[in-house]
Design a protein. Structure first.
Length: 344
């Protein structure tokens, strides 16, 4: 299982088809929270009302103050912890390029443009030391890819396809990448890098209205979740030999799901639901437990992370535009607590 816990959030595809009813219109995510496995450190990044990137961190000393990292963001951020002291953040700019900001040690570097012609939030991840890969929807609806090899950025390459959502990309091992996105038929499509080449796009089916949230809890294992046309959450999985059939996990969701894993064969999914409350459903290794409400009055999809066994931290924007936090410590759910801020 990867040491890192990357929580990546994605744009909601708002679509309606004749005879399918009205699709939900959930708020767009504005938070990207990340954690380093085995430590209690959390970094949260948010799209502020001034379009700047804002940062608040938790470490052994408690919660630090919000700090502005400037920038002029057109999308919410995608942030990656590559090492215990290295954080990289990516977003779309006002001119449709991807921009990049990073902290090496205690110092934040200046924003740099990485070019491209993208729409929506990028999906960025790291599968090894000094390696990062970023994926984004191009203005021509193809998947675009850019990578860092530890010394230099490559050049944007098109991975083709025809998509209506931002991508969701994960890694279950060194040199392995799996990317997912929605096609015009509302099905989920998949391509992968096996260390030497890209596979052809394949349709995994489904009738989905949100981009997938995909996670990996072990080698050659993938679990993908998305909201279907009936507002329920649907799940499919790769077990190393084939894809399972989409199964409905019920619910009445108004945001894309945020799913994480804190151990082998353990999955926790969160989403905004009726009454703007946070809802939770989990797989305990044998069966799916039912949806539970964790309360709150949130106006954004949640951003949830895990930094250790039996530990979960969830964040969302409240009605006062502040960031709110609720956490599971192995004994019970704590919170909510307001962490302030003026977020979109």
């Amino acid at each position: 299982m990867n040491a890192q816990r990357l929580v990546l959030f994605f744009a909601l595809l708002c679509c309606a088809s004749a005879g399918l009813g009205q699709a939900p219109q959930p708020a767009q995510p504005s938070l990207s929270c990340t954690s380093w496995w085995g430590s209690s450190k959390i970094d949260c990044f948010a799209h502020g009302q001034d379009n700047a990137l804002w940062h608040r961190a938790f470490d052994a000393g408690g919660w630090r103050r919000w700090e502005s990292l400037d920038g002029s963001l057109a999308t919410w951020p995608s942030c990656v912890i590559q090492k215990s002291y290295r954080v990289d953040c990516f977003a779309g700019s006002q001119d449709n390029a991807m921009i990049h900001l990073w902290r090496d040690g205690n110092r934040w570097r200046r924003w740099e443009s990485l070019g491209g012609n993208i729409v929506g939030q990028p999906s960025c991840l790291s599968w090894g030391r000094d390696r990062m890969d970023c994926f984004a929807l191009g203005s021509d609806n193809t998947m675009q890819h850019l990578w860092w090899d530890g010394r230099n950025w490559g050049t944007w390459e098109s991975l083709g396809g025809n998509f209506t959502s931002s991508p969701s990309c994960v890694s279950w091992g060194a040199g392995r990448l799996d990317c997912f996105a929605l096609g015009p038929d509302s099905a989920m499509f998949h391509t992968w890098w096996n260390g030497s080449g890209w596979g052809r796009w394949e349709s995994i089916g489904g009738r989905l209205i949100t981009p997938p949230s995909c996670v990996s809890w072990g080698s050659n294992r993938l679990d993908c979740f998305a909201v279907g046309t009936d507002n329920a959450m649907y799940h499919t999985w790769w077990n190393g030999g084939g894809w399972g059939r989409w199964e409905s996990l019920g619910g009445n969701l108004t945001s894309p799901p945020s799913c994480v894993s804190w151990g082998n064969n353990r999955l926790d999914c969160f989403a905004q639901g009726p009454g703007n409350e946070l809802y939770h459903r989990w797989w305990d290794g044998k069966a799916w437990m039912g949806w539970e409400s964790l309360g709150g009055a949130i106006t954004s999809p949640p951003s949830c992370v895990s930094w250790g066994n039996n530990r979960l931290d969830c964040f969302a924007v409240g009605q006062d535009s502040a960031m709110y936090h609720r956490w599971w410590d192995g004994q019970g759910w704590k919170g909510w607590e307001s962490l302030g801020g003026r977020l979109q």
